[in-house]
Design a protein. Sequence first.
Length: 298
Amino acid sequence: MLKGVMASVLASVLFGVIYWISPSLKPLTGEQIFGWRMIATLPFTTVLLLWRGEWCQVRAIAARVRARPLLGVALLLSAAMVGVQLWLFMWAPMAGRALPVSLGYFLLPLVMVLVGRVLYRERLSGPHKLATVLASAGVGAELLRAGGVSWETWLVALGYPLYFALRRRLRTEQLGGHWVDMALALPVAAWFVLRAPSTVPTVAGDGALAALVLLVGVLSAVALALYMAASGLLPMGLFGLLTYVEPVLLALVAWWLGERLAPGQWLLYGLVFAAVGVLVADALRTMLRAQVLTKNMD
């Protein structure tokens, strides 16, 4: 479980770095950045898959599709679901819709806890229950303050749990399944890059921009691989709670870039920060306990 916790936290840190880099990719639009990100990410994900000796996972999925063609339709749905989320992540800051998407990421872990409880009969430990209560209170206060929930918020909060549940159902939660999702979404990404006016000359003619695009590809490949690995290593409820680390980091990046919270939003962020603190303390306690047990066994 500790490996899953570490993978989830590191993935969140890398997603925060990508968010910080995104404004530097102008004059590309959000859709164009999404397209370039997908195109740049897939080769590095392929290298990572081959380096780990897990290409057999892709071959196994292909064999299953040949045996059950309807599985191919389900894989297209899986690719579309994650593609929409990755597009929204890059599009929202450029379109002035970062706050509704951020609220979606705050709601996401609560929905995942509910999914884990209902679908997988998972139980939460005492600290995890406390973190859930704190986060629920913060998100509830924000919903009352905002007076409603946008489509972007619901797309994140409901879309990702459905996506992860589908991957578990299809048995594609490993890195090979993630590669298949990325590969199937590639034609849409290419359309965003190549549709008139094509952005290829813009990126190819600007060395700094091209380097940033490649950097985003590397970071995305590693972050997404860690995120997908964590989803398979952790119970759904704990995995959902740990996803609070990402929006907290995104908020810190936003503050670094000069954005400020509305006065009423401090309650949301304060309670969510407290929930993350509970999770971190519990993870450290688990780590120390594991170290003590290892020493005793030695």
